[in-house]
Design a protein around this ligand. Structure first.
Ligand SMILES: *Cc1c(COP(=O)(O)O)cnc(C)c1O
Length: 361
């Protein structure tokens, strides 16, 4: 066991074995009467495959995800989307009503939501706004962790909604500084779109770096709810004990395996390349509009638009039947919306609506 990574786990769960399911005690038996499953399939189950409980962690899926991310299978926990990974990390490291996490707002909202539901404190170290983009204040993040005793740091790279990519060298240095104190969680939900190397490849990942990945974004399987946590094996084992007995629905596992086959992966990569080109082109065009104050470079499949008159632009977009993510309630983003990069036609509609929004102003 790795002492510096397990030190962050909950003391009160040290002897906790989790739920022991029938599948875990799996036996090689011709007649299986151990899990209270129906002996006959459902009429809805065509072709039959849903009568029995699924494997808790299908080996083929762990292997495919490990291969996709270039890590050993024992460092992978398949989850119900990366949202579940966030929740499991909180449950495994913070006793309810105690403990703390560090986040870097403006950032993905689920870190704070899971912490709040769990009764963990949220310490915020805001991103620094350089005027043409946001960046993480890694020194301040390290200070906040050490001062508070927080067990988890959530870095989002590329950042949602800011699009900034956290430099790998900075993540590695933070992880070294926090070894034995906290896990540095790097949420790479949009990693494919950034085209940078994953934090899972850092040597520090053997110790206290945890990476969250998902099939929801670049792999276009949001409805299947499949993601994974990449972590040191003792952390994977601890998270598994906090997880539901059968977390992954069989149809989702089948869809994930199909999406990770070589042919499908090549098509995913082609889609990603297309989106990246469209993103950068759309950003450049939007920057020419009078209604648009600023568009930062983005490593994701979205752009954070800073608007001269956000209220007017949002009204105009609404009239045009275009939904974007309204960021006005987020501190530091009162003038902003987040727009996903869509098809050429959708991007043109967004551009046209914002071009018109400038005319009335
Ligand atoms: C979309 C998103 C997720 C959640 O992904 P799921 O795998 O669908 O749960 C996690 N983190 C960030 C930053 C996201 O934008």
């Amino acid at each position: 066991m790795n002492a510096s990574s397990t030190g962050v786990l909950r003391e009160d769960l040290r002897d906790f074995a989790g739920y022991a399911s029938a599948r875990q005690q799996a036996v090689d038996a011709a007649i299986r009467l151990d899990a209270n499953e129906s002996p006959w399939p459902s009429a809805a189950d065509v072709p039959a495959g849903l009568r029995c409980y699924p494997e808790p962690q299908p080996r083929a899926l762990a292997t495919a995800l490990a291969q996709l991310h270039g890590v050993a299978p024992e460092r992978v926990l398949a989850t119900r989307g990366s949202d579940e990974g966030i929740d499991l990390l909180l449950r495994a490291t913070c006793a309810p009503g105690r403990g703390a996490i560090v986040t870097t707002p403006p950032t993905f909202g689920m870190y704070a939501v899971c912490a709040r539901l769990h009764g963990a404190r949220v310490l915020e170290v805001p991103l620094l706004d350089g005027g043409d983009g946001f960046r993480v204040d890694l020194a301040a993040v390290g200070d906040a962790v050490l001062a508070s005793g927080a067990r988890l740091v959530f870095l989002c790279s590329p950042g949602n909604p800011t699009g900034d990519v956290v430099p790998l060298a900075g993540i590695a240095a933070l992880a070294r500084r926090l070894a034995g104190s906290a896990l540095v969680v790097v949420d790479e939900a949009y990693g494919e779109y950034a085209g940078v190397v994953s934090a899972a490849s850092l040597p520090e990942a053997a110790d206290n770096i945890v990476v969250l990945r998902t099939l929801s974004k670049a792999h276009a399987l949001a409805g299947a709810r499949v993601g994974c946590v990449i972590a040191p094996p003792p952390i994977v084992a601890a998270l598994r004990r906090c997880q539901a007995p059968y977390p992954l629905p069989a149809p989702s596992v089948a869809a994930a395996l199909s999406a990770l086959a070589p042919g499908a992966l090549a098509r995913t990569q082609a889609r990603v390349r297309r989106i990246r080109v469209a993103r950068d082109r759309l950003a450049a065009r939007l920057r020419t509009l009078p209604a648009v104050r600023r568009v930062d470079a983005s490593g994701g499949n979205f752009l954070l638009l800073r608007l001269v008159d956000a209220d007017a632009a949002i009204a105009r977009l609404r009239t045009a039947g275009i939904a974007v993510r309204d960021m006005r309630a987020v501190p530091a983003l009162a003038d902003a919306v987040r727009a996903t990069v869509g098809t050429a036609r959708q991007n043109a509609a967004l551009f046209d609506a914002l071009a018109q929004s400038g005319e009335g102003a």
